[in-house]
Design a protein around this ligand. Structure first.
Ligand code: SAM
Length: 428
């Protein structure tokens, strides 16, 4: 008889002596793995390893690789599976694992120890918990209180932009219009221009125009004056027009947008996202920008997704740099109106008859609207149903479903309890 397939697990383990670190690994045998760790440390009781979390997964190696990629900056050494640990990071690891399409079920979850002393991890800002805010509140605050000072990491720009066919850039003028300064020192240059300068000839770009905004915190140490940097073939020059602030809506920036730019590429300020999206979409230009992950389920942006004026790019972006170049998290995604061929995220969509969707991922709210989760999508359900932003990132609107014609987020109540925001879609 054929041997039944072994179960596969992803686990997070921690030594009682190393509270600022944890190990994230894979195993077929949770019991044996823990025993091995504890044997390694000898008989000493004060270096006891315990599981913080473990779950069954469909493919432990693939999940482990995704975790490595996702949390690359939180690994102590790239050769080891040790990750920085504090309670907010721990929540991020678990959230990522549970939302991953290969997740099957949780098997161990350590109850939170309220008395546990958790140190601030090396090279990170205080956690959201330590600052007494949730991610949601931080994002809302960012939208209201001009908290725009998040800097894009070079690797995130490279990871997304390298996915597009090189012909997209050929003979094009790229415009980076939200504080994307260029300096002789790479550390004072925004990741966007840096990437385009490095690939200027390879992409066959016609021109690169970047503006520095004078009104912010001056994160790139470029002094208060707004300026325009242009790279035109081998010629590079900087202009400081009288009274120019570098704001994306300054008449001079708008003139460049209208007359020169072919593709706009940047990470605009979170506090001005609504105006920025309106401007860029009305301009009719191609764009590739970073914005909040909540946009597809936020009233101000839903109609753009519904009308096919914007769609998700390839990647999410979760980590940014603060003015002090420390890593900080903020859940964002790439958005674009450049065609995405064979969207890799299609594979996350689980489109099937309603009755085949597992019970725990489908339910009806108090208004009898069907709610589906975990990228499950019914293909035999004629009425509108509510989804989160994840199926939108995975291209559900390119698979014969449409957002129904109301530009509002859907807030479901189940037994009177409010659920997170969604959007209503329907099979076409
Ligand atoms: C999220 S940060 C991104 C900075 C840079 N583009 C990057 O990707 O690293 C947004 C930047 O936009 C700047 N900003 C704020 N208001 C602006 C405006 N009206 N026009 C242009 N930039 C603005 C902020 O000061 C901040 O530097």
């Amino acid at each position: 008889m054929a041997k039944s397939k072994e179960k596969q697990y992803i686990y997070i383990v921690q030594s009682s002596k190393e509270m600022t670190r944890c190990k994230i690994g894979k195993t077929n045998n949770l019991e044996r793995r823990l025993k091995e760790y504890n044997n390694m440390t000898g008989k000493s009781k004060d270096t006891l390893y315990t599981y913080l979390f473990a779950c069954e997964v469909k493919d432990m190696s693939e999940m482990e690789n995704d975790l490595k990629k996702m949390f690359i900056t939180l690994r102590e050494e790239t050769s080891k599976e040790m990750y920085f640990y504090n309670s907010a990071l721990f929540k991020d690891y678990i959230k990522y694992v549970k939302l991953h399409p290969l997740f099957v079920k949780e098997v161990i979850a350590k109850a939170e120890n309220k008395n546990q002393i958790v140190k601030i991890v090396k090279k990170t800002t205080p956690t959201l918990e330590e600052r007494g805010v949730t991610r949601k509140e931080l994002l809302q605050k960012a939208q209201k209180v001009n908290n725009d000072e998040f800097y894009t990491r070079y690797e995130d720009v490279e990871k997304e932009l390298s996915k597009y066919n090189k012909s997209v850039w050929k003979n094009k003028t790229v415009f980076c219009n939200c504080d994307d300064p260029v300096d002789d020192d790479e550390r004072r240059t925004s990741a966007f221009p840096l990437y385009f300068i490095k690939n200027f000839h390879e992409f066959g770009l016609k021109k690169l125009i970047c503006t520095h905004y004078s009104g912010g915190l001056d994160l790139f140490n470029q002094k208060a004056k707004g300026y325009i940097f242009t790279k035109d073939g081998f010629k590079e020059f900087r202009e400081y027009p009288e009274g120019y602030t570098g704001s994306f809506d300054h008449p001079l920036s708008l003139k460049i947008l209208k007359e020169d730019a072919d593709i706009v590429c940047t990470n605009p300020p979170f506090s001005r996202a609504i105006e920025y999206w309106k401007m860029i979409i009305e301009s009719g230009k191609k764009f590739l920008i970073i914005s909040a992950q909540t946009n597809p389920i936020t009233k101000a942006f839903i109609s753009y997704f519904k009308d096919n004026q914007v769609w998700a790019g390839y990647n999410r972006v979760d980590w940014f740099l603060t003015p002090k170049k420390e890593i900080t998290s903020n859940p964002c995604f790439w958005y674009t109106n450049i065609k995405i061929k064979n969207r890799p995220r299609f594979k996350h969509l689980k489109i099937m008859p309603l009755k085949e969707i597992p019970e725990k991922y489908k339910r009806y709210d108090d208004s009898k609207i069907l709610l589906v989760d975990n990228c499950y999508i019914p293909n035999d359900y004629k009425k509108p149903f509510a989804i989160s932003n994840h199926p939108i990132f995975s291209g559900i609107l390119e698979k014969g479903y449409k957002i129904i014609d109301k530009d509002w987020s859907y807030i479901a109540f189940v037994n009177g309890k409010q659920c997170f925001r969604r959007v209503l879609v329907q099979k076409i």
